[in-house]
Design a protein around this ligand. Structure first.
Ligand code: KIV
Length: 285
């Protein structure tokens, strides 16, 4: 198991799957955020975030693609490993990227296995109902915890015609509930509900034993998830309207970098007479 300075194995109780269902039963909300690297994972873990998602939103917020579709399994394993190294308490969930669980159940199992064995994740997330329900059942049977993801499915962005709210029609809302119940039946431990009307999410949350985690799905879900870069003000592009900004780290970073560049150019950094890191290294020799 991994440790960091603030959270050591000795003093931290890890979040486990049964804790999440117990939180739902007690009416305690679950807090989830995305992370893609060691440093951010450490900070979010220190903050007491329950679930850390290594989302394939990696493709958009970190790698600069327009969709999540170009994200590869190797990239997800690489980033999941970094996140796992930074976490002592939270439960780490890794997204299975596009076409890593749709080709065959055997391939899905092998690919999910890499995120667990090589990445150090405790669970994987897959999008959709239908065929994904059978995949979830097989992964769970093999001992791999699965989180479902319904509503707006970013891996279906071209079919959906963009990142727009789903399940607005009654028939679609009924299908979504049926998919959620099927995922629960297949053994999924939680379901993300993305960009659906709050009333639909309220109904699904009431009908499931397992927790729902909402993103743009209203206040009644058992937990909430946001893309960390969006809520920290780090995303350069427009963020979805349901995002609340808790910080403006993007602007703070630009201001700090500008101040540094000004100091370097004006000869104020490093300060004369002050010992720098390089001086200290030299002094030890
Ligand atoms: O990839 C991601 O960040 C996600 C969240 C939006 C739930 O799937």
């Amino acid at each position: 198991m991994l440790m960091n300075k603030e959270n050591s194995v000795a003093d931290v109780k890890r979040v486990r799957l049964p804790d999440l269902e117990a939180q739902k039963r007690r009416g305690e909300k679950i807090a989830m955020l995305t992370a893609y690297d060691y440093t951010m994972a450490r900070l979010l873990d220190r903050a007491g975030i329950d679930l850390i998602l290594v989302g394939d939103s990696l493709g958009m917020v970190v790698l600069g693609y327009e969709t999540t579709l170009p994200v590869t399994l190797d990239a997800m394993v690489h980033h999941t490993r970094a996140v796992s190294r930074g976490v002592a308490r939270a439960l780490v969930v890794a997204d299975m990227p596009f076409l890593t669980y749709q080709l065959s159940i055997d391939e899905a199992l092998r690919n999910a296995g890499r995120l667990i064995q090589e990445g150090g994740a405790a669970a994987v997330k897959i999008e959709g109902g239908g065929a994904s329900v059978g995949v979830a059942a097989r992964l769970v049977e093999a001992g791999i915890p699965v989180m479902g993801h319904l509503g707006l499915l970013p891996q279906h962005v071209h079919q959906l015609g963009g990142f727009r709210q789903q399940a607005r029609l009654e028939a679609d809302a009924e299908q979504l509930l049926a998919d959620a119940l099927a995922l629960e039946e297949a053994g999924a431990f939680a379901v993300v509900l993305e960009s659906i009307p709050a009333s639909v999410a309220t109904g699904v949350t009431a009908d499931l034993q397992i927790p729902t985690i909402g993103i743009g799905a209203g206040p009644d879900c058992d937990g909430q998830v946001l893309v960390s870069y969006d809520m920290l003000g780090l995303s350069p592009d427009a963020v979805p309207p349901f995002v609340r900004r808790y910080a403006d780290l993007g602007e703070q970073t630009v201001a700090a970098a500008k101040a540094y560049a000004d100091d370097v150019r004006a000869g104020r950094f490093p300060a004369a007479g002050r010992r720098t890191e390089a001086d200290l290294v030299g002094a030890e020799k």
